[in-house]
Design a protein around this ligand. Structure first.
Ligand code: KIV
Length: 279
């Protein structure tokens, strides 16, 4: 990855050894989009670090992508601690952001602080929570404790039940206006960045322009300051082909083919061969 496209590096200067919030802020100021991918395990995390991905999100999507839950509402705080630790122990350069699980912060600032501290102890450099002005007190207490917070607006998966499924948010003028007000409230409370999920591109562009802190889009068009995808979606492993997902690799058929070949060779006794066997 060239230094020109690396968050935090001024063109021609060395890329930072560790991505900090200020590097994301600089990237926004200089109009250089940065990348975030989800990661939940050491090998994916190391591959994304080697690729120069600036931010790794240990998303509560670990529940649906790895643990087989139907919804992120089933992902527990213990799940988040386990997978945050796995990712944080595996990389040194990307900023590691961990989701506060459903039910760990809605009760108020004290709850948010307790769970946020545990995520930081597990290795997170920042935490993410969903919601607008109503979670500003939680953002404030976390930031006061020295824990950077990413907000999350638009489609917020932990509210899938009240939002009646996965739907684009902010289509009408009032909803777009409310999203902007929520974004400003999160920023005023100290949020370091805001994820915008399933938001019309024009609305995301206008929220991005109104904020001093970076926005990170997923299904929110090209004008956000950064982009995020769930890695199993962009790598063709999950089989999810939503409109906003580009399949940058097609791992599922490759994995199937490798497993099939392994099975064939085992059944034909061509694997293991002498080169795989001990004297
Ligand atoms: O948990 C997650 O993967 C997320 C992304 C969809 C932004 O929150």
């Amino acid at each position: 990855m060239s230094t020109e496209s690396t968050a935090g590096s001024t063109p021609g200067t060395a890329a930072p050894a560790t991505i900090r919030l200020r590097h994301l802020q600089q990237a926004k100021a200089q109009g250089r989009p940065f990348s975030m991918l989800t990661a939940y395990d050491q090998f994916a995390a190391k591959a994304f670090e080697a690729a120069g991905i600036e931010v790794l999100l240990v998303g509560d999507s670990v529940g649906t992508t790895v643990l087989g839950y139907d919804s992120t509402t089933s992902t527990t705080h213990q799940d988040m601690l386990t997978f945050t630790g796995a990712v944080a122990r595996s990389v040194t350069r990307p900023l590691v952001v961990a989701d506060l699980a459903f039910g760990t912060y809605e009760g108020g600032p004290a709850d948010a602080l307790r769970h946020g501290v545990e995520l930081v102890r597990a290795g997170a450099s920042a935490v993410k929570l969903e919601g607008g002005a109503e979670v500003a007190p939680q953002v404030r207490v976390l930031v006061q404790a020295g824990i950077p917070v990413f907000g999350h607006l638009g489609f917020t998966p932990q509210s899938v039940n009240s939002l009646s499924g996965h739907r684009v948010q902010g289509r009408d003028r009032a909803a777009a206006q409310k999203m902007q007000e929520d974004a400003l409230a999160l920023q005023a409370a100290g949020a370091a960045a805001i994820v915008l999920e399933l938001v019309p591109a024009a609305v995301a562009a206008s929220v991005t322009a109104a904020l001093a802190v970076p926005t990170i889009g997923i299904g929110a068009g090209p004008d956000c300051d950064g982009q995020v995808l769930v890695w199993q979606d962009m790598a063709g492993l999950s089989g999810f082909h939503g409109k906003f997902v580009k399949t940058f690799a097609d791992l599922r058929p490759q994995l199937e083919q490798a497993a099939q070949q392994y099975r064939d060779e085992v059944s034909e006794r061509t694997y293991p061969g002498p080169e795989h066997s001990f004297e």
